[in-house]
Ligand binder design. Sequence first.
Ligand code: SF4
Ligand code: SF4
Ligand code: FES
Length: 716
Amino acid sequence: MAAAPQAQTVNVTINGVELAVPSGELVVESVKRLWLEVPVFCYHPRMKPVGMCRMCLVEVGFKQPDGSVRMMPKPQAGCTLPASEGMVVLTDSESVHRDRKGVLEFLLINHPLDCPICDRGGECPLQNNTMAYGPSTTRFIEIKRHLPKAFPLSKYVTLDLERCIQCGRCVRFTEEISGDADLAFRFRGAEMQPSTFQLTDFESKFSGNVIEICPVGALTSAKYRFRARPWDLEAAPAVCTLTPCGTNVWLDHRAGRLVRINGRTNEEVNEEWTSDRTKFGHDFYNDPGRLTVPNVRDGDGFKPAAWGDVYDPILAAFAGGGDEVGMIVAPSLSNEALFLAQRLVRTVFGSENIDHRVSGPWVPRAESLRASGTDPVQSTIAELEHKSAVLVFGTGLADEQPMTFLRVRKGWFQRNMAVVAATPQKTEVDAFAAASLRYRPGTEATLAQGLADLAAGKGSASDVAAATGADQAQVEAAAKTLAGSGFAIVTTESLLTGEEGRRAAKILGEWAARAGGQFNCWPLHANSNGATELGALPDALPGFAPNERSGLDVRAMLQAAADGRLKALWLVGTDPLAEFPDRALAEKALETVPFLVVSHGLPVEACSYASVVLPMAFAAEQDGTYTSAERRVQRMRPALRAPGEAKPAWRIFSECLLRAKPMTPLFNPREVMDEIAQAVPAFAVARYDALPETGVVLRTGSGAGEPEPALAGETV
Ligand code: SF4
Ligand code: SF4
Ligand code: FES
């Protein structure tokens, strides 16, 4: 076997210390190897260096053959200078400190210095660098430049032009990372200002990131403005439960209220980025209407009840109900809650009627990808950037899988990876795709088969183009791009909504398996994979359905309720009136079912039909794990207190189980995970003591994670 190529190194001397660093590494990165720091503003390690601010000046020289060192006459920008053999770098000399002081004095000439009322105050690189390297007083007595304050770039991002140091990080982010190129510099020289073209709204789906990377308080969050100071905040690590990507975040909270969300670095998942859905979508934690106590119906209204009094009527309505009862669970509940939910339904209710697919698609297990031998999760997010080519098929990736979108774009931008977009409408991927296939809806399978054949050297591009409406030249280019192995296909479960899409998914899966590629049909919710693996399905994996029976999916449960065939229904963290595509059916179902339990954190519309309403804690208010689209299990710890008497879903189910069947109580999610690990061997790596901070990807492959039949169904 050939040895792995070694990165070429060069010998450099930094502040008198000799070391070997990779050839071409930027000096600002090389100094970090000695735990030294060169201050920067415009440099960002995930973007191309531009050398705009000059904050990173260092002295540089080169060793001469006679052993002497010849210094360069002027200081150099460490962020644009690659390390080379014999380089000598000084980061702490008198001259460097004088240069830094000069740069800061220059930047501060027109800076408003409104630190006491600036959201960045306390965590501002300009403040910090001025404290460390800047002048203690100013020599300027002239009137400062004045520019618009608090200009709303969008509903999320506010621009304070006076504070901008023109580093270009925000502009480069939209060009290099998100790709929407929504921001640019208008005007030149001292007038230069970051802005949208024509002063339109900054509409990027990733706009919140510029707030975090702006090295000053020029870009601030419209939602966070003036709500806290950094020293008031407690930051807790968390995982986003609004997208399927498992984005790692910091939840900044103050006095029990969530005030800000920032990206948390996980190189395997989101690097350090967030989507706006993640960054700005968690307001519900602070909703003043949060449910705080259990409520039971009292005529046309409700009356508060004690937890101890609500379980008996619930169990009386559901226990042993068999086919006449059912539970619909949110696909964002924790693994522990989903596992106990299905256990309660199967072992106490005697029913298979449990489902998490509130908005579909409701593919019966027999027709699923797994049943056809295709594992729907074959890649991780991180490995996508290293593929030879990626086919994005039938999904608006930036909306449905925002972190995957950024990773695919990174593969194209940094590694020249070829990307093929095949979607009925234009999406963000088209902007960098080597081939864009705009097909007619309903021709998905024809296109998938056509591409698979053409990539294998069969068929004709003109036939595929004629049958699907795609441009022939683009079809030819796509087939050429995907002809080898080493490619990955990315689609989402939204493709499975129609029969044609389901056929397309199978064809794509078979093509990838045949050609040595990878296929991914990723779900759309934070823990859909956990729900599938842990049996929150009416067509559960074999070990979860001991009688090999199938239950009712969400659509069938609502239909049964509407027809009067269901006597009790339990909604957990979900409201079909808002999420199920057929609102009329959902309304009829909730009106008709004789006994309805709604467990939720908010007084959603479904509560008005309920017999019992149970207040539920949200994800950041409890311990638990979540299985993301790439099947990465990540842990969440309680960051906030649940309001009032609200309880986590796993605890509600555990207490029901305890009342229905005497058992050893499960005191915490750690114990539930131990039970899961016994029932579903793939989850053994996710036991709390074994779970790394970056999460763990469950073993993939068809059938991986299927429980052992003897353990899964009846363990209580
Ligand atoms: S950007 Fe920094 S230095 Fe400028 S006002 Fe805000 S906190 Fe002060
Ligand atoms: S707004 Fe911030 S990130 Fe953008 S150029 Fe100005 S200082 Fe840099
Ligand atoms: S960080 Fe080097 S020039 Fe700005």
